[in-house]
Design a binder for this molecule. Structure first.
Ligand code: PLP
Length: 234
């Protein structure tokens, strides 16, 4: 049985967040234990309100989920909402558990879900962070080509960066995996003429499911990309 822990927010529109994570995990045959960091009031057009969970409730949920057998083998972190929630997660997660951090800053509608400086030590502890192009620019504080921005993050101790190309242009959507050994691995799928919310949530969850099944980071990124492509095609 594949079990992952998913830490993130709820989304009343149903397009993103923990609901989307749960559906993707189920599609991949995995069980998801949810930790709610915030209840968001959203439509597809706007973030109307964010009600954060108390940080101790975030840490307590994570500990209870981790203590429920069979234990999760990997973690997906989505919307954290605040630096206090990030700190609570950091203390609750054991060092042995790999986690994928989707550094969510804004919803597609433009509403803010997290302040850029709030991730703290989680950025360096993550096995993988999965920024989109906008998040990469903010987190790296570096301009210029994507390669330079990813290199800046790796220099600051981030272990691996998967830069998502879904918001780019051209016939292919290509994600680039940058690792600390200097390797750059591309993962491509044909760009589809569909616009869906929750693609970032789905990808990070699919990657965490693959890591929980024992896949390498590169295998997990390849299978994750394929899983999102299959969902978008449907
Ligand atoms: N809302 C919540 C609660 C999320 O967790 C996320 C992404 O992780 C989003 C919104 C952003 O999704 P989208 O870019 O599809 O709006």
């Amino acid at each position: 049985m594949t079990v992952i822990l998913a830490i993130g927010g709820t989304d009343s529109s149903g397009g993103a967040g923990l609901t989307r994570d749960t559906v993707m995990a189920a599609e991949l045959g995995a069980t998801l234990r949810p930790v709610v960091t915030a209840v968001t009031v959203q439509t597809d057009e706007a973030v109307l309100a964010v009600h954060p969970s108390p940080p101790e409730a975030v840490a307590d949920q994570a500990r209870a989920a981790l203590a429920t057998p069979p234990a999760p083998r990997a973690v997906k972190i989505g919307m954290l909402g605040s630096a206090a929630a990030a700190e609570a997660v950091e203390t609750a997660l054991p060092a042995s558990l790999p986690f994928v951090l989707d550094p969510v800053l804004k919803a597609t509608s433009g509403g803010t879900l997290m302040a850029a400086g709030g991730f703290g030590a989680l950025l360096r502890r993550a096995a993988l962070i999965t920024p989109n192009l906008a998040e990469l620019e903010v987190l790296s504080s570096a301009g210029g080509p994507v390669e330079a921005q990813a290199a800046a993050l790796l220099t600051h101790g981030v272990q691996a960066v998967l830069v998502k190309g879904g918001h780019g242009t051209g016939p292919w959507s290509t994600d680039l995996l940058f690792t600390a050994d200097g390797a750059v691995t591309p993962f491509s799928a044909p760009r589809l003429a569909v616009s869906k919310r929750g693609t970032g949530c789905s990808l990070a969850t699919a990657i965490a499911c693959q890591l929980a099944k024992g896949a390498s980071l590169a295998e997990a990124c390849r299978h994750g990309k394929d899983a999102v492509h299959r969902w978008l095609r449907r």
